[in-house]
Design a protein around this ligand. Structure first.
Ligand SMILES: [Zn+2]
Ligand SMILES: [Zn+2]
Length: 393
């Protein structure tokens, strides 16, 4: 029965391709920033409502939208997640559907994710009589600041769900390829700040002060030894200290300096270890120099780690669409993704959809970001096949 449904979903369908392009372009032209996806959520809710889904809920965990499509046959419950937010970037280039909003752009491809999820919802809703189990579509706010997944989960979006899946279009993965990794897909991304407290004073009387700039300099150097001296060479780790602010004038010893940084790791235990060590090392260095360091964990996303069995099932489904040669294991990315929270709570698989445009390489999060739109029908078919596989196996 399901193989009949799979055949239906994989069949060439110009109307379906048109839906995908329309959704993607309309959403691309009207991007919204994290937690402000109001019109985006309306667009999605209207489309889902028109499908007569079995349950539709808006305002979930902020601006999130959730819809259930219940099959008429027994099966598991699978959640498909699509993120909704754009980025604070003004789009370059002259696409006919370029962002109509200065300073906001779908520069990560979340418009593609939404279009694919909407079309999978339509296809499954129209074939409910053949569908086993239940598929929940979760349109999530605020992926870019890693703030949207948790509130949705806290709002109960995973209640009754057995397995989770999602995809990210990737502009550096060739069109026609899908990357399904059996383990880590993306890094844990943590942001932190360290406030160094000393004692300010006259620049000519350093002995009467505790120089927070001098302490900060030592802290900056010491933190890199966590990568070079405390982490196994085969474990990729990045500690970037992207901003250091302190002091007011050349002849005044600064009493306070704030360092901001990010930690990227591919391993859950290593991540927790290094977060603790950053705080400990900074505090120790500052204390040794008569100052004090205060660690603040500003934002967090754990590493995105697939369940091996779920990944094998999704890879098998993907091969039906792109062939064995089209399913690859792209190297783990050091970027973060808060789908990690879904994967911590349920077994699942997050995969990359090749969307590399023709011409020079374009990076995500840049004004020049583009994808090859031909990835839309591929993504729709791979996601459809993956969902059916996860509902059954
Ligand atoms: Zn992004
Ligand atoms: Zn993204």
């Amino acid at each position: 029965m399901t193989s009949g449904l799979l055949d239906t979903l994989l069949r060439a369908d110009p109307a379906s391709d048109q839906h995908l392009t329309t959704h993607r372009r309309e959403l691309h032209a009207a991007p919204e920033l994290a937690f402000k996806e109001v019109e985006t959520a309306e667009y999605i809710a209207e489309r889902l409502d028109a499908l007569s889904v079995d349950r539709l809920e808006t305002g979930v965990g902020g601006t999130g939208v959730v819809a259930d499509v219940k099959g008429e046959r027994p099966g598991r419950a699978v959640l498909v997640r699509a993120d909704m937010d754009g980025l604070p970037i003004t789009e370059a280039g002259d696409l006919p559907f370029r962002s109509g909003r200065r300073g906001v752009m779908h520069a990560c491809g979340h418009d593609v994710h939404m279009a694919i999820a909407l079309e999978v919802a339509r296809a499954l809703a129209e074939n409910r009589h053949q569908l086993p189990g239940m598929v929940r579509f979760a349109f999530q706010p605020a992926e870019e600041c890693a703030g949207g997944a948790k509130p949705m989960i806290e709002a109960g979006v995973l209640h009754g769900i057995d397995r989770v899946t999602g995809l990210h279009v990737w502009s550096e993965l060739p069109l026609g390829q899908v990357s399904v990794r059996p383990d880590v897909v993306m890094a844990g991304a943590d942001q932190f700040s360290l406030t160094i407290y000393g004692k300010g004073g006259h620049g000519a009387q350093p002995h009467q002060t505790v120089d927070a700039v001098a302490i900060a300099a030592q802290v900056v150097s010491a933190l890199q030894t966590l990568v070079s001296r405390e982490t196994a060479p085969a474990s990729p780790v990045v500690i970037t200290l992207g901003s250091v602010h302190g002091g007011t004038a050349a002849n005044i010893v600064a009493g306070e300096v704030v360092i901001q940084g990010t930690l990227r790791t591919l391993n859950r235990e290593l991540r927790m270890h290094l977060l603790a060590r950053i705080a400990e090392l900074a505090a120790g260095v500052a204390a040794a120099m008569r100052g004090r360091a205060e660690f603040r964990h500003e934002s967090a996303a754990p590493p995105v780690i697939n369940d091996p069995a779920m990944a094998a099932a999704v890879a098998e489904a993907a091969r039906r669409v792109v062939g064995a040669e089209g399913v690859v294991g792209f190297e783990p990315l050091m970027v973060g993704e808060d789908f990690a929270y879904f994967l911590e709570a349920r077994p699942g698989c997050f995969f990359l959809l090749g969307g590399a445009p023709e011409g020079p390489r374009v990076g995500h999060h840049t004004a020049e970001f583009r994808v090859d739109e031909r990835c839309l029908p591929i993504g729709f078919r791979v996601m459809s096949a993956a969902v059916l596989r996860l509902l059954e196996g």
